[in-house]
Design a binder for this molecule. Structure first.
Ligand SMILES: *Cc1c(COP(=O)(O)O)cnc(C)c1O
Length: 391
């Protein structure tokens, strides 16, 4: 293709939206008294807790650290198994390894691409300690069934809601449902603090463990000290980490949070434009939405019906690059990553996730896109699929 690309400038699959208010919020902190652990930490935490309807929120340096903290608070340790989805980012499973536990991958539901509750049931053993469902693309997992399974088997549920800030399940906000829920504030996510993450919980015991875990395992809380020789005194009671968010980041996060509803509305609007434009293209399968959930649309993933196309996924991916349209593939199933392969996880343990991985592409979707950007992507999808369609 030597023709002019559809776009003269490159559009990525996702990126942040930063405006003057965000910049002012950050520079104000830089001129103030606290660069880290100042007033914006608790303001940001309270804002998110209130929004999702949870009693407590604890911020972390990033979402992965937050997941690590949640696994610690849940008591995950050597000999414990934790079930998570095969179709996710490595962090959803790495957090279990950090604690010496064993991630167990469950296959996905073919409609929603979320973890399949029946597959969870098959993988429960006497060693199972927790379930980490992932709300893939922002669409809530089957939380009613997962909650019931957890109750039956006395398991802790940690939701990986990195994609799902603002999503609801049967009318309840994600972040209010399970033992703990993790949000990420990486620049491609709904709101950003540069790097950042948070756990929301309604459980005071988890809350206190999370606070102590993110700061070396140290406490100054007089009710928790074994002795109290003076005001300087603190105790390190377990091995924690320095996983704190800075005040600079919390101020950015809080400023972004004020725009969250606008961001989500735009994500929903753009996904509807895609849904509408692509309804009559049999060679692609659109993201199917379960009636129990309301997605906050972090990603727009389409599945290629490769038997109806003359090109491979790689050729189609490259064709979009030629048009200056950035795509991504979410995700390489975690158990196929070389590190996990070396740990002994075998190809074939989650066949549906493995097949899905071969056939998906993620289209650009982020609030800083314009409607014209969305139209460019639609035009490119139609052009490229038409070009390679067998029919
Ligand atoms: C982004 C993401 C994380 C990790 O968040 P970070 O803030 O980047 O550490 C975990 N799980 C999923 C599914 C994610 O998309």
């Amino acid at each position: 293709m030597n023709q002019k690309p559809i776009r003269s400038s490159y559009i990525p699959y996702g990126r942040q939206w930063i405006d003057d208010d965000d910049i002012k919020a950050v520079t104000a902190v830089l001129k103030g008294d606290y660069l880290t652990t100042g007033p914006f930490i608790s303001r940001f935490e309270k804002a998110v807790a209130n929004y999702v309807g949870a009693k407590f929120a604890v911020s972390f340096a990033n979402g992965t650290a937050a997941l690590h903290g949640a696994c610690f608070a849940a008591g995950v340790s050597e000999g414990d198994e934790v079930i998570t989805s095969a179709m996710t980012f490595a962090a959803s499973a790495n957090c279990v390894l950090y604690q010496g536990g064993t991630p167990v991958f469950a296959d996905i539901d073919e409609k929603t691409y979320n973890i399949d509750s029946e597959e969870i049931k098959k993988r429960i053993t006497s060693k199972t300690k927790a379930i980490i469902p992932v709300h893939f693309t922002g669409q809530p997992a089957d939380m009613e069934e997962i909650t019931a399974i957890a109750k039956n088997h006395n398991l802790i549920v940690i939701e990986d809601a990195a994609h799902a800030l603002g999503a609801t399940y049967k009318g309840n906000m994600i972040g209010s449902i399970s033992d703990m829920t993790m949000f990420s504030f990486h620049p491609v996510k709904h709101i950003t603090s540069g790097e950042g993450g948070m756990i929301t919980t309604n459980n005071k015991d988890y809350y206190e463990k999370l606070l102590q875990f993110r700061s070396h395992g140290i406490t100054r809380d007089s009710s928790k000290l074994t002795e109290n020789p003076g005001p300087w005194y603190y105790e390190m009671q377990f091995l924690g980490y320095n996983y704190r968010l800075t005040d600079i980041q919390a101020a950015l996060g809080l400023s972004q949070f004020k725009k969250l509803n606008t961001f989500i509305d735009l994500r929903k609007k753009y996904s509807s434009m895609y849904n509408e434009a692509f309804t009559n293209i049999p060679a692609i399968t659109l993201p199917s939405q379960d009636k129990n959930g309301c997605s906050s649309w972090h990603l727009y993933v389409i599945r290629l019906q490769l038997d109806q196309l003359t090109a491979t996924r790689k050729e189609i991916f490259d064709a979009f690059q030629q048009e200056n349209i950035g795509l991504n593939v979410h995700y390489i199933p975690v158990h196929l990553l070389p590190y996990y392969q070396n740990l002994g996880y075998k190809q074939g343990i989650c066949p549906k996730a493995e097949k899905l991985y071969e056939e998906i592409i993620t289209l650009p979707l982020f609030p800083a896109m314009t409607e014209n950007d969305v139209r460019d992507v639609i035009y490119a999808v139609k052009k490229i699929i038409n070009l390679y369609c067998k029919l």
